[in-house]
Design a binder for this molecule. Structure first.
Ligand code: NAD
Length: 526
């Protein structure tokens, strides 16, 4: 059987295809293992000067990138829509805006978050030293990204890696290489040297080659299945990784929720990006039984009004799915749910008249946890809704999942929402909103359980891009340390006194300890 690396050595071609029309947008030869290694080698060399440039100058490059991105926002949104299918407005808001704002956050905060930080010492024995946290770049960061947010995911990760002084080798999804090349163009135009940000194009084996190459850290975003393979390969060589994996993000609609608002949120949250969002509410919408019928009917009515079509048409609400393979998964989950008694309130079938990748936005009522749609990641335009009877049951249902990326709670009572949010095991829980957490540049993004490890975005995402070095500087270079050799009974007693002086409960024993400890300073040391 061929190993992963042998597979990476074969030469194959991939095509970038417009999912709405089937038009081939470009063809590429996949990078092989040797080419990936060479890119990482060049990135190592280039990183040295990039790091020496200093953080202020790198922030200036980011500012320039942000300006150039803003100037080309419309053309970039079109490129994203052409290759990934999402409506133009979504390309602008969920991709371009997210990256513009991530750049804003990094321009404003990187200096403060990455500069050396003093560490005051509490232990009296170490008071004569000054301690510093020094944040150093890893070196070369490998990024492997998916197709569903082909710009905002790799770009937000890349900007954080670059500002911290790393170079980056990006392996974008084989379905969306052109958007990654647009990112490279913008970065280079802003002054990022060619070898400091490189794109290696290819499918899974090119990703395997990157994982095995001498990168210093990997940021992977993709499915749980691929994430697990990568985690195993990375563990073998102790490669630090951040894994941003799939989710099945529950939405809990409590008995005091506003049905109109919550149903609009469910519909948008389920069908944005044709349901192909790791944060989408496609999977678990749990509604209190008292609101259930009115909620599912409102969702059904609103869903029927959505306009499905080519994302390039400004009127389109829901575009195509990325690939027919993805449509088949949705189809099989919906068929399974129907066979087990789910009610279809909208959609429920492909839309062949629009093209092979179109599936009608679908609302399913009366779903149960033994249906595939409630257990596996569907990653498509389906909104399954289920009833619950109490807050405790809602929390139990929400936590009954191998995933833990995000969740939302809907209620008119924010305090009650907050109480429930704290009980849900997920990386992010929103009260009265869905998905927008990905656009909050200050907020960390990432999951628990099978949804991954580590964080991207915000302060914690920036911290993932640096190694923390502890720098200790002794302020009395000519003084032998009290604890060095020259032990003996009297030194033992002095040290007992020293411990009493710092930690005894009674003031008297502390004072006595101080008197006993004082002799240690005059002790003869080796
Ligand atoms: P995927 O796991 O199939 O592929 C992701 C990337 O990994 C692609 O670039 C692919 O070429 C590469 N790859 C595939 N096999 C590999 C291997 N063995 N070694 C190294 N790289 C390999 O995922 P996808 O279909 O592109 O994306 C959809 C998935 O991503 C969904 O599960 C979704 O939930 C998840 N996702 C998660 C987040 C998040 O932030 N948590 C965001 C977006 C998407």
């Amino acid at each position: 059987m061929a190993t992963d690396l042998q597979i990476a050595a074969r030469k194959i071609k991939i095509a970038s295809v417009n999912p709405a029309t089937g038009e081939v947008l470009g063809e590429f030869e996949c990078a092989d293992e040797r080419q990936v290694e060479a890119a990482v080698g060049r990135a190592h060399v280039a990183q040295v000067a990039w790091n020496e440039l200093g953080i202020r100058r790198r922030i200036a490059v980011l500012r320039d990138f942000q300006r150039k991105l803003h100037e080309s926002k419309s053309e970039l949104a079109e490129a994203i829509t052409r290759e990934a299918g999402k409506p133009l407005t979504e390309a602008l808001v969920t991709e371009v805006l997210v990256v513009l704002d991530a750049a804003r956050f990094l321009v404003d905060s990187s200096w403060r978050l990455l500069r050396d930080e003093p560490v005051p010492h509490g232990n009296l024995a170490t008071k004569l030293k000054s301690g510093w946290l020094v944040r150093e770049p890893y070196g070369v960061i490998g990024i492997i990204s998916p197709w569903n947010y082909p710009f905002s995911i790799p770009a937000t990760e890349t900007l954080a890696a670059l500002v911290a002084g790393n170079s980056v080798v990006l392996k974008p999804s084989e379905l969306t290489p052109l958007v990654a090349l647009e990112l490279a163009k913008l970065l280079q135009a802003a002054g990022v040297p060619e070898d400091v940000f490189q794109v290696v194009i290819g499918d899974g084996p090119a990703g395997v080659a990157l994982v095995h190459s001498p990168i210093d850290k990997l940021i992977f975003t993709g499915s749980v299945a691929t994430g697990k393979r990568i985690a195993a390969a990375a563990a073998e060589r102790l490669l630090p990784v951040v894994l941003e994996l799939g989710g099945k993000d529950p939405m809990l609609v409590l008995d005091d929720a506003d049905v109109d608002v919550a149903s609009s949120a469910a519909v948008w949250g389920a069908f944005v990006n044709a349901g192909q969002a790791c944060l989408s509410v496609e999977h678990h919408c749990y509604v209190h039984r008292s609101l259930y019928e009115s909620f599912v009917n409102a969702c059904g009515e609103k869903t029927k009004q959505l306009r499905v079509g080519d994302g390039m048409d400004a009127q389109t609400d829901v575009g195509p799915m990325i690939h027919e393979r993805q449509v088949r998964i949705v189809e099989s989950h919906v068929e399974d749910a129907k066979a087990r008694g789910a009610r279809v309130l909208a959609g429920g079938a492909r839309l062949p008249e629009l093209g092979v990748n179109f599936y009608a936005p679908t609302v399913l009522a009366d779903v149960t946890h033994d249906m595939r749609i409630m257990r596996e990641e569907t990653f498509g335009p389906v909104l399954p809704v289920m009833a619950f009877d109490s807050d405790d049951e809602a929390v139990r249902l929400a936590n009954d999942s191998e995933y833990g990326l995000a969740a939302s709670v809907w209620t008119r009572d924010s305090a009650r929402g907050e109480r429930l949010a704290r009980r849900i095991r997920a990386g992010t829980v929103m009260v009265n909103d869905v998905i927008s957490c990905f656009g909050i540049s200050e907020a960390p993004h990432g999951g628990v359980k099978a949804s991954g490890v580590g964080r991207t975005h915000g302060r914690f995402g920036l911290e993932e891009m640096v190694r923390v070095k502890y720098l200790d500087i002794d302020r009395m270079p000519g003084m032998k340390k009290v604890w060095w050799y020259g032990y003996g009974e009297s030194f033992r007693q002095q040290m007992e006194g020293f411990l009493d002086m710092q930690f005894a409960r009674s003031l008297g024993i502390r004072l006595l300890g101080a008197l006993r400890a004082a002799g240690a300073l005059k002790r003869k040391r080796l």
